[in-house]
Ligand binder design. Structure first.
Ligand code: GDP
Length: 481
């Protein structure tokens, strides 16, 4: 509701000095940093003949403002299909499962369709209900998208091979899903193998907080064979069950908003992006802002390679018509008119050039205390990596005991071994710091941490770690130079 002279000058594109002069003539003494009230702003704007009602209220470079603005009649909201990501250790059968689901279900519904890999697909289950699957398995893609602000996944299927059990990436996947607060369904895969041992899987997952319903817990376990197709119908039923509990809703009557699943430059078609509609209905011709790009939706094709005119909630479509290539995890917003879309798109593009670095301020031990003081931090998220499992556990439990001024330490992931890119992306997505004990980041992790502004702290003595965190929380840390 209030702006400083300088802020107002930027919004209406006039020199601050000119505004100060006008204010003076209107009998208001001001300086460049003077906070103007609503009346003063309206006076100035009326004087310039600027229609500013909305312009002064919203920062048009912040797409989230549009993204989150509720629109349309709440009574129009309807149940929407769940969006599912498949995660798990390498070779446990994620790709086989994705292919198997798509082959049995997609073609059954739409005869003659030729599957088109656009990064996501939708299947129709027995009772006519739909489920959307993200086609890139694994937690790396999931967390990269989340780090950019996209929250698209409603349910995670954790694939664990029954002949292999819980492996390091299984644990990573669990922690990535937990950090995103996405419910997990466990698919115990490769049940066709003679060496399958589902009890062992259940036992091992108990240690990571996933206790089967059969054992009095709350996690759904479904035995399957991605190879033969056994148990997949049951798995899909369970996905629908979990999403019913979550009461997923969307309003097909509003203008579309959503996220980018993937995007690339095509020689003939220009910028091609797969969008997941998260609310509203996307139509050909819609003026749209996608990340830092904008345009009009020229053509849309669905996951069967068919041209479509509209796409409702939870539907993935590939679109053309953008002026640039957006990134996976970017948000998109449809606007009423092309002029506004262009305005928002252009200011976002120029804003992006100015601050190339990540948009959010990530937590570091140096800015932690300030963030705590401003009441922005209730929890300090930490990822712990160490050379051996015993040390990891010892450190995690000591860290969890720290509590300063009502701010808790929360360990979101631990592991033995070097700090990897996956650790960094999880840290970036969850606003966490990474502690390495007797381990170092590998090259990719180092580069990613620099790009994303993730704070890595390396130590060799346990009490030093604890001390450093405590000092940081109390604002006693000497700044690092
Ligand atoms: P991903 O790395 O998790 O995507 O695993 P893949 O889907 O590529 O599967 C790895 C290997 O396991 C492949 O050789 C698959 O054929 C095999 N596989 C996957 N699911 C099953 C299953 O249910 N039973 C058996 N016997 N093999 C499977």
């Amino acid at each position: 509701e209030s702006l400083t002279v300088i802020e107002l000058s930027k919004k209406i594109g006039r020199e601050p000095a000119e505004i100060i002069k006008k204010l003076f003539l209107l009998g208001v003494m001001s300086t460049i940093n003077q906070v103007l009230d609503k009346d003063a702003i309206e006076l100035i704007c009326a004087d310039y003949g600027v229609e500013v009602e909305e312009e002064i209220k919203i920062d048009i470079t912040d797409l989230d403002v549009f993204f989150e603005s509720a629109e349309g009649n709440p009574e129009d909201s309807e149940e929407r299909p769940p969006v599912v990501t498949i995660m798990g250790h390498v070779d446990h059968g994620k790709t086989t499962l994705l292919d198997s689901i798509r082959n049995t279900k997609v073609t059954a519904g739409e005869a003659g369709g030729i599957t088109q890999h656009i990064g996501a697909y939708q299947v129709v289950v027995e009772n006519g209900k739909k489920i959307t699957f993200l086609d890139t398995p694994g937690h790396a893609a999931f967390t990269t998208m989340r780090a950019r602000g996209a929250k698209v996944t409603d349910v995670t299927i954790l694939v664990v091979a029954a002949d292999d059990g819980v492996m390091p990436q299984t644990v990573e996947a669990i922690n990535h899903a937990k950090a995103a607060e996405v419910p997990i369904i466990v698919a115990v895969n490769k049940m066709d193998k003679p060496s399958a041992n589902p009890d062992k899987v259940m036992q091992e997952l108990t240690e990571h907080g996933l206790v089967s319903e059969a054992w009095g817990g709350e996690t759904i376990f479904v035995p399957i064979s991605a190879l033969t197709g056994d148990g997949i119908d049951n798995l899909l039923e369970m996905v629908l069950l979990v999403s019913e509990v979550a009461e997923l809703k969307a309003n097909p009557k509003r203008l579309a908003i959503g996220s980018v699943i993937e995007a690339q430059l095509d020689k003939g078609k220009g910028s091609v992006a797969t969008l997941l509609v998260q609310d509203g209905t996307l139509r050909v011709g819609d003026p749209i802002v996608v990340g830092h790009s904008f345009g009009r939706v020229r053509a849309m094709i669905n996951d069967l390679g068919r041209r479509v005119k509209e796409a409702g909630p939870s539907t993935p479509v590939e679109i053309t018509g953008l002026n640039e290539v957006p990134k996976a995890g970017d948000r998109f917003v449809v606007f009423e008119d092309e002029k506004t879309a262009r305005q928002v798109g252009e200011s976002r593009a120029s804003e992006a050039q100015v601050n190339q670095r990540s948009e959010k301020t990530r937590v570091t031990l140096d800015n932690l205390f300030d963030q705590m003081k401003q009441g922005e931090m209730k929890e300090l998220n930490i990822i712990v990596k160490a050379d051996v499992q015993g040390t990891v556990e010892a450190m995690a439990s000591s860290l969890m005991k720290i509590e300063v001024e009502g701010v808790n330490v929360r360990i979101i992931h631990t592991g033995a071994g070097a700090i990897t890119e996956s650790d960094i992306s999880l840290a970036a997505a969850s606003n966490a710091i990474v502690i390495g004990f007797n381990v170092r980041p590998d090259l990719n992790a180092k580069r990613a941490a620099e790009e994303d502004g993730v704070d890595i702290r390396l130590h060799k003595i346990i009490y030093k770690v604890i001390e450093e965190i405590e000092f940081a929380m109390k604002g006693l840390l000497d700044p690092e130079y």
